[in-house]
Structures are given as C-alpha cells and as structure tokens.
Design a binder for this molecule. Sequence first.
Ligand SMILES: Cc1ncc(COP(=O)(O)O)c(C=O)c1O
Length: 436
Amino acid sequence: MNYSRDKSQPIFDRALNVLVKGVSSNFRFLGEKETPVIAKGKGAHIWDADGNKFIDYRLGWGPIILGHANERVNNEVAKNLENGTTFASTTELEVIVAEKMVKMIPGMEKLRFTNTGTEATMHALRTARGYTNKEKFIKFEGQYHGAHDYVLFSTASSPISAMGSRMSPIPVQVGSGIPNKIRDYVYCLPFNDFDAVEKCVKDHHGEIAALLVEPCLGNIAGIEPKEGFLAHLRSLCDKYNMVLIFDEVKTGFRLSNGGARETYGVIPDISTYAKSLGNGLPVAAFGGKGEVMDVIGGGSVTHAGTFGANGVSMAAANAVLDILTETPVLNELSKRGLKLKEGLDKVLTEANLAHQMCGHPNIQGFLLTEKKVEEVRDLAYSDDEMYETIMNNMYDRGVWAENDPREPWFLCASHSDEIIEETLNIFQDSVKAALQ
Ligand SMILES: Cc1ncc(COP(=O)(O)O)c(C=O)c1O
C-alpha cells in the first residue's frame, strides 16, 4: 500500500486498545497496520482519515444503493428525528413504508421490520418452522445469511476442502461457539445443482421446514442461478410442504425495485431485506404470503425487537423507496454496470487472462479461471493470488473493490459514466502492472 497512514494509524492503534481487533465486525479486520480508517463518504467516493480518496465499489458491502450521504435520505432522517424515534408502538410512517414495500415487491402481502439482515433470516426461518411444524432446513454452500448460529455453516469463508464430496456434502461450522448439535438442523448443498436438491428433498422432506436461498450468490462474485433453478426450488417446496425463503438482504432494492422476485420471476413464500432498503441506515424486514406470515404473534411464533421500525430507519427507507419509484434508478444503474462488466471483460481478454465474468450488472464480479463458475466449489480452480494483486494495484491507484474475488463489486447511483471510465483505465493499468 502506498498511502500515508500518519493520521489513520494512531486512530487504529487506539481502536486496538478498546475494540476487539479494532473493528466492530470480524470481516473488517485487514491487519494491525493495514486496516483502513474511514473518515467520510459522498456519492461513489470515500476518504480515509488521512484524506486519501477512493472510488468505492465495496459500498459497505452492499447497502449504499443511492451513493454515500444521499441528501434526500439525510434530510428525511433529520426531519423525522424531531418527532422522536422509539415508542414501542405502531407509527404511521411504519405503515407507509410497509405499504410501499407491498406495492413494489411482487407477491408481498405482509411483513415485519427488523434492524439487521441477521435478524430477518433468523425470524424467517423460525416462521417457516412454525408454519410447517418441521425443524430442519436446506441452505446452499457459499451462502452467508448472517451471524446467527443456525446459518453459520458452509459459508463463503469455509474451506472448500472441508465441505466433503458433492454427493455427500458436509456442513462446515464457521468458527467456534456454535453448539455442535445445531449441525443436525441443516443440509448444505451445492448451489445450482438441481439433482442434489431434489434428492435431499425426496429423502428428508418430512423433516425439512424451509429451503433458504440467496437467489444469486451475493457473497461469491454474484454468481447467478441457472435457468430454471429457482423455479425448481419453488416446485419442490410446493410439492413437499416446505417454505421457500429468498434471502434478499443483498439483492433486494438492488437488482430491481421488486428484487430477485422480479428479476428472476419466481415468488418465494418469504423473503428478507436489509442493505439497500436504508441506503446505509440500519433497517431490515422479512415478509411474504399472508398465510405464512400470520403464524407470527398471538402466542404462536415469536418475532420481537425494541428497535424494529424505529423512526430513523423508517425515514431512511421511506426516502429510498420514493427515490427508487420516482426515477428509474436501478435500470440506469444496470446500464452503467453492464458498461463496467464489458470493460473489465475486455481488459482481461486483451491481457490473455483466463476469466469468467459473473453476476448481475448491479452486483457483479469475476474469477480468474478457465472453468465455468456455477457454485462455490468452482473457486477451487481460480487464481485468487493474481486477483488480489490486481485489486491491490487498484487500491494503490484510488479504486477500492475487495481484493477477495468472493466479495462482489457493488454499484450505486453515483457511479457515473465518467467514474466507470476512470475505473476501467485504472483497471487496465493495474492488470498491466500485475503481469510485469
Ligand atoms: C445475503 C445476506 N444475508 C444476510 C446477511 C446479514 O445481514 P446483517 O449483516 O445486516 O446482519 C448478509 C450480510 O452481509 C448477507 O449478505
């Protein structure tokens, strides 16, 4: 790294004294002398504490859909702060936001608000269990659904070598502290494998409450579902009385206004939302078919949260949803995302680097491999060291996308044509430098 850390390092040294590893989420720690300290963000740019400026493609790992510090979102939040934020009671603003979501999301009938994606997937799973009176669930390898115990198996950070064979996959616990017995509640299967899911469902449907899937791999370069895969999951759930849950924490209000439901044309029973819904403020939700969601409450399935639908998160969501519906933000974003994707592809082709472009233009990635990439196990063949070198070169030149190919590039409304062009020029230089 070429940047001065004259101001950042003393702050991070203080952080190391009082915050575990100096961070508030494990994934943010990049080393005692390397972890950046961010001072501010505006639009598609962020600045570190030393004033170094970056084009941001991490976007807080997804939430920033309109650009950092969006004025209208900020104003709406500021305005609502005057009214107080937390009342342990329904507010009209909460109803307004829910009504907008029901209107925008195909098949959405009823929902509940939470504050994080983790809470949303946790409650969605519990609701599915309550509805079906069954306890186990299926998830897909490489998918991350938050930090609660039930889903911390075979995520993007799990070693592929520990996952066993494709015919007989082993759920890999992510770290210590998760009771061993929880493994008995989950089947982890390869994404995009029609036969593996069908076999598991046929063998075990009597005990499977839900099929939990992120419609595209938002934690593995944005890998998309094969044609018909999500519809296959839908029909298995219909046939065997299981709840289909889409984890739309990353895809919701990012792929399109109706999220993956709209983009891929498959309607789950429940889906979860978080990141883009608040453009960086903490708001999340889960919801779907009224009949399924109605098992919540009345002494049956528990959903609770002191800060659910607080005034700040509702104000942010209200502004985000208005902006997304008043102007074709996400369609325009897709066009520029495609320009970026085609540009990156061209540079890699001209450099003779074997690669696979992945993902939807609004959440995309690439892997340096000749092998077609359809699921996490395909990452075993990619040249991640070269990827890291190229991305470190990008960082040194003022563009910050993750240097781990698993984390996708996120786009926001502030990534203008000029910023995309600047990114592509820097990418070309970075690839050249990596090959020297
Ligand atoms: C697909 C998906 N689901 C759930 C979560 C958890 O969301 P949160 O970090 O808000 O708890 C994440 C976080 O990155 C995610 O990517």
